[in-house]
Structure formats: C-alpha cells, structure tokens
Write a protein that binds this ligand. Structure first.
Ligand code: ATP
Ligand code: MG
Length: 450
C-alpha cells in the first residue's frame, strides 16, 4: 500500500504543487485547505502530515497538539522565511521537522523519505520487540533467566496435582505472581483467595480463616464464612506464613490433615477441598530450627518448595521486564520509549533490593519524565546511580578532601537535575536542609538550571 500523506495548506498553488510532486513519487497524497477539513481524514492509517503554520481556522501549532491526541503520526511543518521561532515552537509541540518556503523540491523529497523510513523502522522494531517478549513470557509472567525458566517448567509439572506449595523469595520478587500462575494452571475451581497473615492480629486472623457463628464472640452479630470455606474447590494463598502464631500454626496443621474446618462457635465440621499455597520472605527453615515455626507444619506446607531468585541474580530479566513495561505503556500512550545505553548499564548494575516491584516503579516514573521518548541516565533516581558516582571518584587520584568535594558537587547536580532545579526538593532527596543545599550551591558555584 502506498504511504498516505495529508497536506494542509491554504495557499492553493503551494498545495497543488506539493500534492502533484508527492503523487509523482508514488505516494497517496491528499491536500486540504484547513485543518478542520483534514482532521476527518487523520487516523492511524495516516503515515505523514505536511502542514502550514498559518491556516484559516485552527492554526498549525494548535493543530499539532490535536493530531497528537488522535494518532501517532509524524508531522512536517511548512513555515515562511524568517519565522524560525514558529518552527522551533512546532518542534517543541511534537512536530518531527520543518522546512521553509519557498519549498525546494529535492529537499522535500529527501525529508519525506527519511521520515517515512524512520516510521516504518519504528513500527517493525515494536513488532519484533513484541515477538521477542511473547517468547520470554509464560502465561503472562515475564522471565527468561535460567532461574525463572526452571520455575515455569516445574509449575507446569505440579500445578494440577493437589499438593501444597511453599513459595519463598525476597520482597517484591513475584511470589504472588507465581501463586496465581500455579492456580491458573491447576484446573481447579476459579476461587483464588489470598490472606495476609501479617497484617491482622491473631484473633482476627482466626475468624477470617475459619469464619464464625452468630454470637461466637462479642461483636459476632451474624454468622460469616471463613476464607477456607470461600476457597473451597479453589486455591487459598497464605501470604507471609512466617508471621503466623504458634496457636494458628497448630490449627492450620489440623486443617491440612483432616481437610475439615469448624467455624468459631460451631461444633459442626465442614469438609473443604482446598489447595494451599504459602508464601513468605522469611527463611522458614531457619525459623523452624530456632523453634519459631512448627517443623511438622513446614513439611506439610512445603511438599513443593519454589524459591524465586532475587532480580539481581536473574540474568536477562531486568531488561526484559523493562521492555515489557515500556511496551505496555506504549499501548496506552502510543509512544514507544527506548532506553539509552548508559541507563541500561545503570539498571543492570543496580542491586534491586525491592526487586520487580522497585523496577516497575523506577521505569514507570522514568517513562513519564523522559524527554524525546528516550530514558537516559538522568531519568533514573539518584540512588541507582550513586554507586557509579562513587567508583569514578574513588578511582581518581585526588586527595580525600578533593574527592569528597567532587562527590558532593556531583550529587547536588544530580539531585537538581532530577528535581528540575527545585532546591527544596533536591535538599529533601539528599537528606540535607534547604540552608545547607543553598550554601553548597554557592560554594561549588553550581548552576541550578542544570
Ligand atoms: N515475572 C514477572 N512478570 C511480570 N510482573 C511481575 C513479575 N514478577 C513480579 N511482577 C510484578 O511485580 C510486583 C510485585 O510482585 P508480587 O506482589 O508477586 O511480589 P511478592 O514477592 O509477593 O512481594 P511481597 O514480598 O512484597 O509480598 C507486582 O506488580 C507484579 O505484578
Ligand atoms: Mg506478596
């Protein structure tokens, strides 16, 4: 299919000239007198818009913003001689490039070809990125590191067997994600009930899990089903099992052994068919050895033990997750964001104590803050980069005082860049007072508009 080009130009002579010249080149070119007329034709199948700035009705600069809301289409601006400022405004609002009247045909042809070529390449890149990603996800869970592949392989094997699963790993590593995956592949009923054992006091947790009859305790005005009952034929996730009290540990053990529960204040035993998945970021074996976790319960819960490695040990997953997140945002915003090499390096070197959750926060923020659809080192939080700053200072052959001053200066500049020159915010980021940052800015002669 021929590339579709829309020309918006009120001067009939120029419009005709452009239309004919582009048609001669084999493009599907169509001219309009005003943006209002053209706007009905603009959509995702439009490959390029060539537009004058001075137009009857909506002017070209405002029209750029309108186009951006509609579709991701490159825009070339035509501007009269001596109005370069207009052209700059247009670029700032999202136009790709501009050319000046009178239009030189050769220049126009080259520019159109280049812009359309880049657009095609970007689209192909997006497609191939999507394909690569699809190969590195397992039922929607992202991972191509050896550790994650092993987990996917095992989950596939044991998911539909009714055995208990213990999932351990640092915070934010994806324990709940894997618990859901096990449930989805289990072919059990659809109920997926998650209970956080750490966030509520013991007696409340007991009534949450087991339910109660009317009058079982003060405040029990009516009977209530517990989570075990709700999860009947489905899966129950006991999140942060390591926090469970010895009393409830004993009760849980009985549920696993008898497959029965009693609501509080009731003597009737109710059969429950549940798949139990427990998760924790504590070292349960250690807790067990030190007497804080029942050994018999541990072995009952951990018929299968899945250990999710921390993100820093998952080779290949960091950038894969980044790609995944950026593709997701591109579906929402229509903008395909890339990551500069230096920023990639920082992302790979960082230790990610908050694992995938932390990575998601960092990338989402950077995707919003970055300029020109590209995440650079400046869009990443300061603490991710501080390791690098330190090494470069340590390896320099300066005196201690000089090195400290240099580091101080670098950190202040970084903080100011991140906060777009807001000193109060930068001070907060660095954990120093406003007075103190003000003094240092003067001392090191730092330009706050860095
Ligand atoms: N492999 C993955 N692919 C896609 N998203 C993931 C993956 N792992 C984790 N996430 C996302 O990271 C976030 C944290 O994951 P999750 O809640 O499963 O971690 P967790 O180990 O249960 O954390 P916590 O210890 O705090 O309970 C969620 O938003 C989740 O969707
Ligand atoms: Mg969790």
């Amino acid at each position: 299919m021929n590339d579709k080009i829309i020309i918006v130009e009120d001067d009939g002579g120029v419009r005709f000239f452009l239309e004919e010249a582009l048609k001669d080149e084999g493009y599907n070119a169509k001219g309009f007198e005003s943006y209002e007329e053209a706007s009905f034709e603009i959509g995702n199948d439009t490959d390029l818009i060539i537009m004058d700035i001075k137009l009857p009705g909506m002017d070209g600069l405002t029209a750029i913003e309108d186009v951006k809301k509609k579709a991701d289409v490159p825009i070339l601006i035509i501007t009269a001689h001596g109005t370069k400022k207009n052209a700059m405004d247009a670029i700032q609002r999202g136009a790709t490039d501009f050319f000046i009247k009178p239009i030189a045909l050769d220049e126009l042809k080259v520019m159109v070809k280049r812009v359309l070529g880049t657009r095609k390449l970007k689209r192909e890149l997006a497609l191939s990125r999507e394909e690569d990603l699809a190969q590195a996800t397992f039922h929607g869970v992202v991972g191509k590191s050896e550790g994650m592949r092993e987990i996917f392989k095992n989950v596939e094997k044991f998911a539909d067997k009714n055995i208990t699963v213990l999932i351990t790993g640092e915070t934010g590593v994806g324990k709940e994600v894997i618990a859901r995956l096990v449930h989805e592949l289990s072919k059990r009923g659809k109920e997926f009930v998650a209970v956080n054992c750490a966030s509520i006091p013991d007696n409340l947790l007991e009534s949450e899990l087991f339910g109660y009859e009317k009058g079982a305790f003060t405040g029990a005005y009516q009977q209530k089903q517990g989570k075990f009952e709700l999860a009947h034929t489905g899966t129950i996730v006991l999140d942060e099992i390591g926090e469970m009290s010895p009393y409830l540990q004993a009760k849980l053990l009985r549920v696993i052994e008898t497959k029965e529960i009693e609501r509080l204040g009731d003597v009737k035993k109710r059969k429950v068919d549940i798949r139990i998945i427990a998760t924790t970021n504590r070292d349960l074996e250690k807790e067990m050895k030190e007497g804080r976790f029942r050994e018999d319960l541990y072995y009952r819960l951990a018929q299968i033990h899945v250990v999710i490695p921390p993100l820093r040990e998952r080779n290949g997953d960091v950038l894969l997750l980044v790609e995944h997140l950026l593709l997701d945002t591109s579906k929402e915003t229509g903008k395909l964001i890339t990551v500069a090499d230096d920023a990639r390096r920082v992302l790979l070197d960082y230790k990610w104590p908050g694992n995938v959750r932390e990575l998601i926060n960092v990338i989402k923020r950077a995707a919003i803050m970055c300029d020109a659809d590209r995440i650079t080192i400046d869009d990443l939080p300061l603490h991710l980069r501080s390791d690098q700053t330190l090494t470069s200072v340590v390896y320099s052959d300066k005196s201690l005082d000089e090195a400290i001053s240099e580091l101080e200066r670098k950190m202040i500049i970084d903080a100011l860049k991140q906060t777009r020159g807001l000193q109060a915010k930068a001070a907060k980021l660095l954990g120093i007072s406003e007075r103190s940052i003000w003094y240092r800015i003067k001392k090191y002669n730092i330009d706050v508009n860095v």
